[in-house]
Design a protein around this ligand. Structure first.
Ligand SMILES: Nc1ncnc2c1ncn2[C@@H]1O[C@H](COP(=O)(O)OP(=O)(O)OP(=O)(O)O)[C@@H](O)[C@H]1O
Ligand SMILES: [Mg+2]
Length: 370
């Protein structure tokens, strides 16, 4: 196996800059997810690594070999796309054997049989080898496509939204399967998805892109708990983080955060972390407050000095939890809470913010203060 190193890479299609100055390393045996909204340059990046697109500028290395000029077949990568095409007139066995047959000088037919058998065992499709693709379910077909990629034992797997088209239940199942497969194969995996839940649940590290630009690379925990900017903060988490325009005010040795609808005191720890990062304010400052839906406490009465009142817009019970949409002046916030009491539309309820879990962003640059 090997690492993939992307160094200052650009992808231009005429005037369109799909990938801008991307530097990123997928380490040996790592499961790295490229995550971002539609059109952010994920597939372009993957296709450059695979050799299916020219690299406009910069270098891509697999192991310590620069591959810019290498043909796809010489890069020792295997790719699985969303729209995998199985050969409809070949059996599952022959579909999986195909990449090996293309290299028949390298593999004897006994070796081909052995490799297909082994891949089929890993993917638990041994009993499907004689079937035709039309006789398979979507998930089974998808496993055959993966089987076709793993028979060769490539250095690197490149997967572009391989399970996006499956139904929700099968997708959840395949997430676990792919993660298990990654460990079993001891493989380097570069995996593209626009689904944050997929990335959060499978990846060792996640690289988030927006508009062709890398935003942050980190473990799922770092991305979720320490997003570097508003884009990352808003992209992971479901329902997404709430953002509220606020003003940070220093009054004597008290620091407050709020707007005309609420005002909360900042803890000494928060002030320290703001100051540690070089943000020593001696006056007021416009900021954006970010709070995830699960980091509010709801009560029927005012419970702390910082509690503030909101109006219930709608509730969405989800079994154990409930999503509550509330109005804080012109802001609509989404809260996620255990069902303890179900507020009614139009009710006034009180909120507290879990201050240890809140985020502050620069009003203009959208960068996180801590
Ligand atoms: N062959 C092409 N010619 C011109 N523009 C292209 C081409 N391929 C992609 N683009 C553009 O480059 C940008 C990035 O596309 P890319 O396919 O890499 O995005 P993506 O992140 O994979 O999106 P999605 O999640 O929708 O698959 C988009 O603006 C897209 O329209
Ligand atoms: Mg794509």
């Amino acid at each position: 196996m090997a690492s993939v190193t992307i160094n200052k890479a650009w992808k231009r299609y005429g005037k369109i800059e799909a990938v801008k100055n991307l530097s990123l390393e997928c380490k040996d045996k790592e499961f790295l997810c490229l995550l971002g909204p539609s059109g952010c340059g994920k597939s372009s990046t993957l296709r450059m690594v695979a050799g299916l697109e020219q690299i406009s500028e910069g270098t891509i290395s697999i192991g310590d070999r620069v591959v810019n000029e290498l043909e796809p077949k010489d890069r020792d990568v295997a790719m699985v796309f969303e729209s995998y095409a199985l050969y409809p007139h070949k059996t599952v066995f022959e579909n999986m054997a195909y990449p090996l047959r293309l290299r028949s000088h390298q593999y004897s037919s006994a070796q081909i049989k052995e490799r297909v058998k082994h891949a089929a065992e890993i993917l638990e499709i041994s009993d499907l080898l004689d079937r035709m693709p039309r006789q398979l379910s979507g998930g089974q077909r998808q496993r055959v496509a993966i089987g076709r990629a793993i028979v060769r034992d490539p250095q690197v797997f490149l997967m572009d939204e391989p399970i996006s088209h499956l139904d929700a239940k099968l997708r959840t199942h395949m997430r676990g399967e792919l993660k298990h497969l990654h460990k079993e194969l001891n493989a380097t995996m570069l995996y593209v998805t626009h689904d944050q839940l997929e990335a959060m649940s499978m990846a060792d590290r996640i690289a988030i892109m927006n508009l062709g630009v890398l935003q942050q690379v980190g473990t799922p925990d770092e991305i979720f708990n320490h997003p570097v900017n508003e884009f990352v903060a808003g992209f992971v988490g479901d329902p997404p983080m709430n953002f509220i325009n606020c003003r940070l005010e220093v009054m004597g040795d008290q620091w407050y955060l709020g707007n005309s609808a609420f005002k909360i005191g900042l803890s000494p720890e928060m002030r320290k972390s703001l100051e540690k990062n070089g943000h020593a304010f001696d006056r007021s400052l416009d900021v954006r407050l970010g709070v995830r839906p699960e980091n509010f406490t709801i009560s029927a009465k005012k419970s702390t000095e910082d509690s503030f009142q909101v109006e219930v817009y709608v509730t969405e019970p989800l079994g154990e939890d409930m999503i509550v949409d509330v109005l804080l002046q012109e802001n609509k916030l989404k809260l996620k809470t255990r069902i303890e009491f179900e507020p009614k539309m139009g009710d006034k309820i009180w909120l507290d913010i879990n201050k240890r879990k809140m985020h502050l962003f620069d009003h203009e640059t959208t960068k996180a203060y801590f």
